[in-house]
Write a protein that binds this ligand. Structure first.
Ligand code: DC
Length: 203
């Protein structure tokens, strides 16, 4: 298993690093946050509450492999509302359980966007080094101080043409960190053998 696990908090730079490494090494890349966002999106689309456990589990179990593979390219899930919904559904152990097998298979049998097999996989998320691929050869854990992350996120949203207030973005990041770190199942924390990288002073 050639796997690079990249975990860390939101806007710490996981996605950017994962994508660049995947291009450089010609590995397949899976953004696992997109799976939780996808569950949140489906619930919201159907007028359901992201905190409704039964509904969230049903949606998570119902996602097809094709849909899970395509979610990371779906721009509809990249908004703050889906991000918040994702952070609620990701607290539910049964939702995590429903998405486990797909992530595990991707790590074991990585496939690239053109559907050809890859010689390795890069997965980014919150629990890749601890739960999904504890045997990954390389584990990175990215952090950055919350104000810097909020500024990055604020800039990104502005570039998308969205009208956002910096204080709201900051408070959202702080609350999301808290939910990710304090949940019972697979909380956000570095694996014991992870290399921790603080990206606060990096571009
Ligand atoms: O990385 P992101 O912002 O797209 O993730 C959305 C939410 O999903 C975030 O609150 C944490 C959660 N998540 C998770 O619990 N486990 C993962 N492996 C990836 C994301």
């Amino acid at each position: 298993m050639n796997v690079i696990a990249i975990d860390g908090s939101s806007s710490a730079g996981k996605g950017t690093l994962a994508l660049r490494l995947a291009q450089e090494l010609d590995y397949a890349y899976l953004d696992t946050g997109a799976l939780y966002r996808g569950v949140g999106y489906e619930l919201l689309q159907n007028g359901l509450d992201p905190q409704d456990e039964e509904a969230a589990v049903k949606v998570a179990k119902g996602l097809s492999v094709e849909r899970m593979l395509s979610l990371q390219d779906d721009s509809c899930i990249r908004n703050e509302v889906c991000g918040k919904a994702a952070s609620y559904v990701s607290r539910l152990p049964k939702v995590r359980e429903a998405l486990f097998e797909f992530q595990r298979r991707f790590a074991l049998f990585p496939i690239k966007k053109d559907k050809t097999p890859a010689k390795g996989a890069i997965l980014d998320g919150r629990d890749i080094g601890t739960v999904i691929c504890p045997e990954a050869q390389i584990k990175l854990f990215l952090t950055a101080n919350s104000e810097i992350r909020a500024k990055r996120r604020y800039k990104e949203l502005q570039l998308k043409g969205l009208c956002v207030i910096y204080e709201d973005v900051l408070s959202d990041i702080i609350q999301r960190d808290k939910r990710d770190q304090e949940r019972q199942t697979a909380p956000l924390k570095p694996a014991e053998d992870a290399l921790v990288i603080d990206t606060s002073d990096m571009t």
